[in-house]
Design a protein around this ligand. Structure first.
Ligand SMILES: [Zn+2]
Length: 119
C-alpha cells in the first residue's frame, strides 16, 4: 500500500467513520518519506517502537466520525502490517544496516556480532 490515503480508506473500512478520521495518523507513519522517498523511509516508524511513538503523539484512542472509539495503536499496527505484512521490531531494521566507517569505530562486541563469532 503506497499512499497514506489508501491506509485511511482501509481504516475506515475496518472501524467505520470517514477516511479523514484516520488521515493524520497515517500521514505521521509515512512522514519519513520527506527525508527519503523510497521504501527505506519505513525504518523510521514502521516497527513496534514506531507504533508506540504514534500512540504518544495521538493519544491512546480516537473517536471517529461514527462515534466509535478506536485505539490508536491498532490503527498504526494496521498501517505497518499493510506495508510490511508483519510488525518488525526496530532491531530488525537495525540488523539490516550495513556498517560504514563514518558511523564510528566498531567495538569488540560489534565485531563479534557482525563477523558471526559471538557465542
Ligand atoms: Zn507506510
Amino acid at each position: 500500500m503506497a499512499h497514506p490515503y489508501h491506509h485511511s480508506v482501509s481504516s475506515a473500512r475496518t472501524w467505520g467513520g470517514d477516511p479523514a478520521d484516520y488521515q493524520a495518523i497515517h500521514d505521521f507513519m509515512d512522514s519519513s518519506k520527506a527525508a527519503i522517498a523510497d521504501f527505506r523511509h519505513r525504518a523510521a516508524l514502521h516497527h513496534s517502537s514506531g507504533i508506540f511513538i504514534a500512540e504518544r503523539v495521538f493519544g491512546h484512542v480516537l473517536t471517529n466520525s461514527a462515534g466509535r472509539i478506536v485505539p490508536v495503536r491498532l490503527i498504526a499496527e494496521q498501517h505497518v502490517k499493510e506495508d510490511l505484512g508483519r510488525i518488525p521490531s526496530f532491531a530488525d531494521w537495525v540488523r539490516a544496516i550495513r556498517p560504514e566507517a563514518w558511523m564510528g569505530p566498531r567495538s569488540a562486541l560489534e565485531r563479534d556480532i557482525l563477523d558471526g563469532s559471538a557465542s
